[in-house]
Design a protein around this ligand. Structure first.
Ligand code: AMP
Ligand code: MG
Length: 322
């Protein structure tokens, strides 16, 4: 694996186009990209991540016109409306696919997920590669999502290039909102910082659904256990007794260090955008601290962006919930 900086991007873009694997920063989390039109390259992603192949990938584009070749025609009008308002940005749109998209990208589903990221390095890389880029998060399957190139490097995956991003450009910090468009309905498959309410405002003529049950049937990748650190992770309740070997993650400074000296705050004020931006990096810090044997994390509200945060936390704590 070669770690490169932004000014060596072209080398990585050519590698990507020719079937290589490139990890790159986006405004959500780091992606592990392959040429989406090359099934063998895409198979390399599943191999590097040890990701089960029933989990479909998001195809990343740098230009709106690329949807014309990826989506089946006629393309639903909601796609253009959502794209106009939220792209480039943390929204993934699932729509019936064209014959051009290899079935390994969609795990044999007849719809493909597409997103246009806003991160300048991601945009430039995709543009220079000249192809749509299939990319899941750049971590081994089931583990914490990476928000810095160092998080990717520690995964020891077999990839060709890792592009160093500026830490300050991480703006969102959790994965994109995923919506599926079909006829007159828009189903929110994965919550993110773009909320169901934001979507409803953008396409008022469509029915916006936010299912909580049976979602695995429509979106096989949305597993119950996911995004987990390599140490036990528990929710912090009012009456939790925290051992001296545990680290604590809180979302507001005013809550102080009453539980443990090893406390990290995702936000000073409880601002949910800030909590989301710092969520995975806080978990990585706890994962990397050898003195921390277990992690306790506070819940947030389940409203608005809190829904996306709690979605990630419910999955991360799943195997430790009683
Ligand atoms: P990740 O690549 O880890 O950000 O996850 C992408 C997620 O998007 C998958 O796990 C699915 O839940 C969802 N997704 C991707 N493609 C499709 C698709 N064709 N249909 C439904 N959901 C999808
Ligand atoms: Mg992932």
């Amino acid at each position: 694996m070669k770690i490169i900086s932004e000014n060596e991007l072209l080398e990585a873009a050519i590698c990507l186009r020719n079937g290589g694997l490139v990890a790159f920063p986006t405004e959500t989390v780091y992606g592990l990209g392959a040429n989406a039109l090359n099934p063998i390259a895409v198979a390399g992603i599943f191999n590097a991540k040890k990701r089960p192949n029933f989990d479909p990938l998001i195809v990343h584009i740098s230009d709106l016109s690329q949807i014309e070749a990826l989506f089946a025609h006629p393309i639903n009008e909601a796609v253009y409306k959502l794209a106009e308002q939220f792209w480039p940005g943390p929204l993934t749109i699932v729509h019936r696919k064209s014959a051009l998209v290899p079935s390994i990208v969609t795990s044999d589903l007849d719809a493909v997920a597409v997103r246009m990221p806003s991160h300048p390095i991601a945009q430039k890389l995709i543009h220079q590669s000249g192809v749509p880029v299939a990319a899941p998060s750049a971590n081994r399957f089931g583990q914490l999502s990476p928000t810095s190139y160092k998080h990717v490097a520690k995964q020891n995956m077999e990839i060709d290039y890792l592009i160093k991003g500026d830490e300050l450009t991480k703006a969102v910090g959790i994965e994109s909102t995923v919506v599926a468009i079909e006829n007159r309905t828009c189903t929110v498959l994965r919550p993110g910082v773009i909320t169901a309410e934001d979507i409803e405002k953008c396409i008022p003529d469509f029915e916006v659904l936010t299912p909580i049950k049976n979602i695995k049937l429509v979106s096989p990748g949305l597993l119950q256990s996911h995004y987990s650190p390599l140490k036990p992770l528990y929710y912090l309740n009012d009456n939790t007794v925290v051992s001296e070997f545990a680290g604590v993650i809180l979302h507001k400074k005013e809550h102080g260090k009453k539980y443990s000296d090893k406390t990290i705050f995702t936000s000073e004020t409880g601002n949910l955008l800030e909590v989301a931006a710092n969520l995975f990096s806080s978990l990585h810090l706890m994962e990397e601290d050898d003195a921390v044997k277990a992690i306790y994390i506070a819940k947030t509200t389940e409203k608005g962006i809190g829904r996306a945060i709690m979605d990630r936390l419910n999955k991360a704590t799943f195997q430790y919930q009683k």
